[in-house]
Design a protein around this ligand. Structure first.
Ligand SMILES: Nc1ncnc2c1ncn2[C@@H]1O[C@H](COP(=O)(O)OP(=O)(O)O)[C@@H](O)[C@H]1O
Ligand SMILES: [Mg+2]
Length: 353
């Protein structure tokens, strides 16, 4: 097993640069998730590591080896795609063993490795079936099994759960976490789903437009985001961002009836605009002649989300765990502790600390 290191990795398609000098270190045995919105370069970066895309500039190391210009088949990686890419005319067993068979491995060895993968993935009852007689989740397990059988140093997953329905996604997510625990190999996993990132990752890499915005453990990114993008991307529902004005060493929030926030962070000059970030669970509401209106309540059972419209039209989401409900359309007072606010520069969107 091996870690993966990227040094100023760059990808250009003709004149267009899509990956802009990425530096990254993924430790041996780590579960690393690349997350970010569609088109930010997650797949491209993963495919560069796999050797399926040429790296235009910079270096990629797997373990001690510089693999930047080494063929995909020589890199010791196995990739699992969103579309399972199984051979329709082969059984589950044949699909999983095909790579080894092509490389001339002995039959007994192939059987042992397929048997082991099948045990890990609970596919024993399906080994003789063809892919068309399997559910989506089972097909994806076969695709993962095919990767396991190859015994790679690094597993690469590109949105492997995107074709599954919501319930199955949760099941498979748990299975992938279990798989990582059991085999302990380095895994790099691409998703646009921040919940998958939070639940699976040892290390999350947040990407935006071909650049790394921040790297850290799930809770580091959640509790200590460097900028508005990461703060808004990690956590569900998203952090609220309200306009604030620096006044007399405090931050005034016009949309909440000029609520004053006391903070020890280094604020910009008097009169500057900042963004005040508050997570939905740090907000509370009660009836009263406040500056906000409860527009809509979404009930999920154990938790509800209250969608408010504040004074100047700013939207606010409040997480609510109480049964008693305020009527939609009523005027509310929004409360929060000053210490639960984060502040961001309105222009650069960098966190003020
Ligand atoms: N073959 C290609 N030629 C030109 N641009 C490409 C090509 N493949 C991907 N891109 C561009 O690279 C960017 C990153 O794409 P991709 O890595 O697929 O994003 P993600 O996986 O995060 O959705 C996108 O802007 C996409 O349009
Ligand atoms: Mg992609």
């Amino acid at each position: 097993m091996s870690g993966v290191t990227l040094n100023q990795a760059i990808k250009r398609y003709g004149d267009v640069q899509v990956i802009h000098g990425v530096d990254l270190e993924i430790d041996n045995g780590e579960f690393c998730v690349f997350v970010g919105p569609s088109g930010c370069g997650k797949s491209t970066l993963l495919r560069m590591i796999a050797g399926l895309e040429e790296t235009s500039d910079g270096e990629i190391h797997i373990g001690a080896r510089d693999v930047t210009h080494i063929d995909a088949s020589e890199r010791g990686v196995a990739m699992v795609f969103q579309t399972y890419a199984l051979y329709p005319h082969m059984s589950v067993e044949e699909n999983m063993g095909f790579g080894l068979k092509m490389n001339g491995h002995p039959k007994a060895e192939i059987q042992a490795k397929v048997g082991e993968a099948s045990r890990i993935l609970q596919l024993d009852d399906y080994l003789k079936r063809k892919p068309k007689a399997l559910s989506g989740g089972q097909r994806q397990r076969v695709a993962i099994g095919r990767a396991i059988v190859r015994g790679p140093e690094v597993f690469l997953f590109d949105e492997p759960l995107s074709n599954l329905d919501a319930e199955l996604r949760v099941d498979m997510r748990v299975e992938i976490a279990r798989l990582h625990k059991e085999i302990g190999a380095t895994m790099i996993y691409v998703t646009h789903d921040q919940v998958e990132a939070m639940t699976l990752a040892d290390k999350i890499v947040v990407l935006r437009a071909g650049r790394i915005e921040q790297v850290g453990s799930p809770m580091e990114l959640y509790n200590n985001p460097d900028n508005k993008f990461v703060a808004g991307f990690i956590g569900s529902p998203s952090m609220n961002f309200l306009k604030g004005i620096v006044q007399g060493g405090k931050v005034i929030v016009p949309s909440l009836g000029a609520r004053e926030i006391v903070t020890s962070v280094a604020l910009p000059s008097e009169g500057s605009t900042v963004l005040v970030g508050i997570r939905p669970q740090h907000l509370g509401i009660k009836t009263g002649d406040g500056a906000a209106v409860l527009d809509l309540r979404e009930r999920l059972g154990g938790v509800s989300y209250d969608y408010l419209i504040a004074g100047n039209g700013e939207k606010i989401i409040v997480e609510n765990r109480e049964e008693d409900t305020l009527p939609e359309g009523c005027s509310v007072i929004v409360s929060f502790d000053d210490e639960n606010c984060m502040f961001f520069d309105a222009k650069t969107e960098k966190r003020l600390r």
